[in-house]
Design a protein around this ligand. Structure first.
Ligand code: FAD
Length: 284
């Protein structure tokens, strides 16, 4: 973990683009609460490969940035064209955006092929070629291995490609086992991959949804957590309390070991993230 200790911690929060005006209004309140309670360094906004939420991402980041907070759109390259990406990059520049989370993305089933860029390292290279050092670029990291990777060592080599293409920072997929993160950092150190690798934190809010997401993205829910969440059934209060304790402990362990910040997958809700934040007692 030595490589990570030299970076000052960055705390950020992730949103998904709201689907309606009602959702947008709710998200404004969520952001107000988060600004009051924790003042994250920036808000990132996810992007649906294949077009489903792309305008929503643009509109949401433009609104956040205009209101004085820093916003970072996620941008995926799968299924897009270089011209389409150029247009988005210039739109982001015009709106004062300085940071992008650069991804390959996943195509929704039944949609057409990979497009002009196949992997996130190609997207990072493209953004650097088009816009130089204008954007701060974040990429995704997988301490528990990306589900499509042929092997753990291939996945690491592919992670290194993104870093060498010009990424500034990485954010991990969420995980519940800190050892997976510590091991990943050690392996990066051995490969001379040195950049802040910020743990992605998923508050536990809804077990069914968490279980479905985790199956899709390859995040392991340890048995001791799963069994307890199964026991709670629809008892939301117990899930909330247990979830808060487990995730607070995880964050404590990560920060004490030198993790350079936390990125909260807040699910467009402020209360679960703020509860964890309060328990951590961080002066941001
Ligand atoms: P890559 O880094 O390109 O890796 C994808 C796979 O290909 C891996 O198995 C890797 O080992 C392999 N690989 C990589 N490069 C090469 C290469 N050059 N040659 C051969 N194999 C290679 N998804 C969304 O749709 N929208 C979002 O907004 C979004 N936000 C995310 C934010 C974070 C912080 C994280 C961790 C994930 C996010 N995702 C999002 C999910 C992400 O899009 C998927 O995990 C996707 O499958 C991989 O994207 P990537 O950028 O990590 O891909």
């Amino acid at each position: 973990m030595e490589s990570q200790k030299k970076y000052s911690p960055v705390y950020s929060v992730e949103f998904f683009p709201p689907k309606s005006e009602e959702g947008a209004e709710k998200l404004r309140k969520v952001r107000k609460n988060l600004n009051k309670g924790m003042q994250p360094r920036y808000y990132s906004v996810t992007f649906g490969a294949g077009g489903s939420t792309q305008q929503g991402t643009f509109d949401t980041v433009a609104e956040i940035q205009k209101s004085g907070d820093d916003a970072a759109p996620h941008l995926s390259c799968i299924g897009t064209t270089k011209d389409g990406l150029r247009e988005l990059l210039s739109g982001y520049k015009e709106n004062g955006i300085k940071r992008i989370v650069a991804l390959r993305g996943d195509m929704p089933s039944g949609m057409r092929g990979p497009g002009e860029l196949r992997y996130a390292n190609e997207l990072v290279e493209f953004i650097r070629a088009e816009t130089g050092d204008y954007f701060e670029l974040e990429v995704a990291a997988y301490p528990e291995i990306h589900p499509q990777a042929p092997s753990a060592s291939d996945d690491l080599k592919n992670f290194k490609r993104k870093v060498e293409a010009g990424a500034d920072t990485a954010i991990t997929q969420y995980f519940f086992n800190p050892d997976a993160y510590f091991r990943f950092i050690d392996e990066c150190e051995r490969m001379n991959v040195d950049l802040p690798i910020i743990p992605g934190i998923m508050p536990i809010i809804n077990y069914k949804q968490l279980s479905r997401f985790s199956d899709m993205c390859g995040a392991d829910i340890p048995r001791w957590i799963r069994k307890r969440l199964e026991d709670f059934g629809d008892d939301k209060e117990s899930i909330k309390q247990f979830g808060e304790e487990v995730i607070t402990d995880l964050c404590h362990t990560l920060l004490e070991a030198g993790a350079p910040g936390l990125h909260f997958y807040c699910m467009n809700q402020s209360a679960p993230t703020l509860a964890i934040w309060k328990n951590l007692g961080i002066q941001n």
